[in-house]
Each structure stands twice: as C-alpha cells, then as structure tokens.
Write a protein that binds this ligand. Structure first.
Ligand code: URA
Length: 216
C-alpha cells in the first residue's frame, strides 16, 4: 500500500515546493528545516495507523483517560541525507529507538552502480514497528538493502518506509523485492521519471549535498 501526502492539500505541499526550487535550495538551513518538517508530517500520518492503549493520567484536578502509542517504534535512517528527516520523526515519536545504516553508490566505469552497505547500528527490531527513512526513494535498491540488513536484528511486526520524493520505479522495486513482509510505503510526493543516473526527475537534485554540502 502506498500513501502520497501531496494528493491532499496541506502545508506539506508548500515545504515540498520549496525543497524543489533551485533558488530556495541555496538556503541550506531552510532546506534541512523543510525536510525535518516533512518528516514530521509523515510521522503524524503514520502515527494514525499505529496501535494505541488507554492509560489513566492524573491531572491536578482528577483522573483523565488518555490514549498513548503501544507500539515500540524503531526509526532507521540511511546516512547521510536522512538525518534531518530522522529528527522530524524523533520530534513526533520522542521515545523511539534509533538505527543508522551507511550505504553508498559504488559506480562502475560504465556509470552503472551497485549499493554498498558497510555499517549498521541498530537495536533489536523483533516484534517492533520499524520506520525506515530515506528522503529520495529513487531505485529502491538502498531501501531493500537496508531492510535485509535490519532483518538480521529480528522480525518487526510492521515496516513503514517513508520518503520525501519517490519514483514509480523505486516503489515497484521495493514491492517486488519485499514480498511476504508487512510493508506500507509513505511518500510526500511521487515523481514519474528515474533518469539514467538513478536520479528522480523532476525531483530536487542530490538531497545529501543540499543538506550538508557537496562531497568529493
Ligand atoms: N538521491 C538523491 O539525493 N536524489 C535523487 O534524485 C536520487 C537519489
């Protein structure tokens, strides 16, 4: 199942418009802030689908019944572009556990690439709700690699994949390569084209560079 936030007008559409705009992108602080804000919006939507339980809260004047999240959440992010998005999720799910993975594209002489996965820091995900944040869901390969890595630490009861901009191809790749897992995909925007270099078009460019500056 795929959920696309932009299908419904909300302030999230304004943030998406700003992160795509090549003039506004020059303000990297605004770019990171908007990625965080979209992360928060995605977290709020995912939050509506979680399990809740009733607790009693003691106020200064009496007892109130409240609803609180009963799922144990692990937020997993792929370095480095997901860092501001990760913070957005933590702003909403403040008791979540956290996992980080390092992945990068290793380019061949013919400009094709493979995803290299080198490092993972993750708690057990057994029986938990796993949210994987990746701002640009382009080919889908890095998400599938991340899921395979994280599954070494247990079997989650549910996996949510959250992106800012996704390509149709990337979503198809995930759906084909994660069969049998309980997965839902959330994206703020869905774009039609994945170009020959694995970049989303119109997309926004390189999200990691726009957050943190160009790398060598
Ligand atoms: N990573 C990015 O930052 N942008 C894309 O378009 C694809 C992958």
């Amino acid at each position: 199942m795929i959920h696309i936030l932009e299908q419904q007008d909300s302030p999230t559409s304004v943030y998406i418009s700003q992160i795509r705009d090549k003039e506004i992108q020059k303000d990297s602080m605004r770019f990171r802030t908007n990625i965080t804000r979209i992360g928060q919006a995605l977290a709020m939507e995912i939050g509506k689908t979680l399990n809740y339980k009733t607790i009693e809260t003691t106020t200064p004047l009496g007892i109130a019944k409240s609803r609180v999240i009963s799922d144990q959440i692990v937020i997993a992010s792929i370095l480095r572009a997901a860092i501001p998005m990760h913070q957005g999720f933590l702003n909403i799910f403040d008791n979540a556990e956290n996992a980080f993975l390092s992945e990068y594209r290793s380019y061949n002489p013919d400009n094709t690439f493979e995803i290299k996965f080198e490092y993972m820091s993750s708690p057990s995900i057994n029986g938990k709700t796993l949210i994987i944040a990746d701002p640009m869901l382009a080919t889908g390969q890095s998400i599938v690699t991340a899921i395979n890595g994280l599954l070494q630490n247990g079997t989650p009861q549910k996996i949510h994949i959250a992106s800012i901009i996704a390509s149709k191809q990337g979503i198809e790749h995930i759906e084909t390569n994660t069969q049998g897992l309980n997965i839902e995909i959330w994206t703020a925007a869905l774009d039609p084209i994945l170009n020959a270099h694995g970049y989303i078009v119109p997309g926004l460019g390189d999200a990691g560079d726009l957050c943190f500056g160009q790398k060598l």
